[in-house]
Design a binder for this molecule. Sequence first.
Ligand SMILES: CC(C)(COP(=O)(O)OP(=O)(O)OC[C@H]1O[C@@H](n2cnc3c(N)ncnc32)[C@H](O)[C@@H]1OP(=O)(O)O)[C@@H](O)C(=O)NCCC(=O)NCCS
Length: 399
Amino acid sequence: MRRVAVRLRPMTRLRPLRPDEAPEAAARWAASFGGDPREAVEVHQRRIDDGELYGLETDDGPVVGHCRLTAVGHWLGGRLVPTQHVAAVAVAPEHRGRGVARAMMRAAVELGARGGAGLSLLFPATSLLYRRLGYEHAGTLSRHRLEARHAPLVGPPLRPAHGEADWAAVRACHDAFAATLHGPAVRPPDRWEQLRAAAYHFVLDPEDAAGWIEAYLLYDHVSDPDDWRHQLAVRDWASVTPRGLRAIVGMVGRHRSMVTAATFPGVFPDLWTTFIDEQDVREVGGMWWMARGLDLPAAVAGRGFPAGLSGSVTFSVDDPLLPAASGPWRLEVDAGHGRLSPATGARARLDARAVGPLFTGFRSPRALALAGLAAGDAAALDWLGGAFASPAPVLLDFF
Ligand SMILES: CC(C)(COP(=O)(O)OP(=O)(O)OC[C@H]1O[C@@H](n2cnc3c(N)ncnc32)[C@H](O)[C@@H]1OP(=O)(O)O)[C@@H](O)C(=O)NCCC(=O)NCCS
C-alpha cells in the first residue's frame, strides 16, 4: 500500500500513523475491541513501521480514528486479484456518532482505488456503516463440526510433522489447495506464525515418496464443556488429492474414543463430506465478509473467467463515491481472461453495492436485480452471470 495522505475536506485527512503514535493507537484499539492496551503497543508499532495503520486527523489536532489497510492477492477464478484489506476500524469512543468512520472509510476507498487494488474486502462488525459506502456481503468464512462417531476410518494414517522441511511442505500444500478454491487470500507471514502454534501437526506423504505432501492437518485439543471427552479444533488443513481428503476424515475417526467432534475451517459443506455417510456436518460459526469495487479494470484483469466463454457485454455502475468506477464499461471475455474498457452505452446497470458480490460470484445478476441492486435486459444480466459464475466464494482466514 502506498504511503500517501488523502485530504477529504478542509477539516480531516487520512494519513499514515507515526511511530510515536503507537501507544495512542493501541489504546484506541483496546477501547474499541477489548484487550490490554499495553500488550497491544508492540503489534501497533510493527504495523506502523510496515505502513499499514492510517489515522483520520482533524485540523484542530488529534487523530480521532484509525484503520489498518493492507494490499493482498485473492484467488478468484484461479488467478490472483490485487485487493485492499480494511481491518481494525476504530474510532475513539468520545468521537463516535459524528461521521468519523464514514469519513475514514471514504478516504480508505479512494486510497485503495488509487493504489490499483481491484476490490476492497473487510469483515464487518456492523454492515450498515459499510453498505452506505458501496460494500455488500460477498462471501463467507465458515467453521463446521463433524461428530467424530460419524467419521469413518478411511484413508491412510497421517504422520507427525517435524522441522523446517515439513513446514515448507505444509505451506506449499496450502498454496496449491488455496489456488483451487475461490476467494482465499495469499497468507501473510504473521498468519502462518499463528497457525504454526497449533499443538499437533500431521501430514500425508505422497504415495510414490516423491514430491510434496498430499495433505496436512494442524489442530489443538480443546475441552468439551458438555462432556468428559474433548474436541479437535482444526486450525488449518488442506489436501490436494482424494487420498488426502480421506486421510483427514479418517484422522478424526481414529480419535473417536476420546473425541466428541472436530471443528474445521473451510468451505461449507467441504469436499471431504463426500466421505461421510450422512449429513452429519453442521455449521457452528463463521461470518460473512463484504466487498466493494475499486479499480474495476484491475479487478477484471486479475480474475480468471470461464475458459469456454467468449463475448462481451456493456454495463454501468452507480458509484457516487468513486465516479471513475461508474463506466459505462465493456466487459470482454475470451480464453479465460477478461478485459474492461470504457464503452458508450450500458445494457445493464449496477448499484455500487452489486459490484462486490457480482465480482466474487456470491450473487448472480438476476439475484441482485431481485434485491433492487441491478437492472437491465435479461440477456445482458444472464451473460454477466455466466461470466462471473463460480464456486461459492470463501475466505479461510479472518483478518
Ligand atoms: C463502528 C464504529 C467504527 C463507528 O464509528 P463512528 O465514527 O461512530 O461512525 P459514523 O458516525 O461515521 O457512522 C456512520 C454510519 O455508520 C453506521 N453506524 C455507526 N456505528 C454503528 C453501530 N455501532 N451499529 C450500527 N451502525 C453503525 C450508521 O449507519 C452511521 O450512519 P448514520 O449516522 O447515517 O446512521 C465505532 O463505533 C467503533 O469504533 N466501534 C468499535 C470498533 C468496531 O466495531 N469497529 C468496526 C469493525 S468492522
